[in-house]
Design a binder for this molecule. Structure first.
Ligand SMILES: [Zn+2]
Length: 62
């Protein structure tokens, strides 16, 4: 699977990463900001988590 693109954090502009949440809910992931700790809701599958994160970020022309 190719690398998923994540938008920058909508709150601080920091980098985001996909986090495996399967220890709490198997098969789920969320996207979290490495700087401020903002995160998306849990989704099944990395792609869905990435889409959720990207969808909540308003583009500033980046
Ligand atoms: Zn942030």
């Amino acid at each position: 699977m190719s690398e998923l693109k994540l938008k920058k954090c909508p709150f601080c502009g920091g980098p985001a990463e996909i986090v495996d949440n399967s220890r709490y809910d198997p098969g789920t992931y969320f996207v979290g900001c490495l700087y401020c700790g903002a995160r998306s809701d849990y989704e099944h599958g990395e792609e869905n988590a990435a889409e959720l994160w990207n969808g909540r970020v308003e583009s500033n022309g980046d």
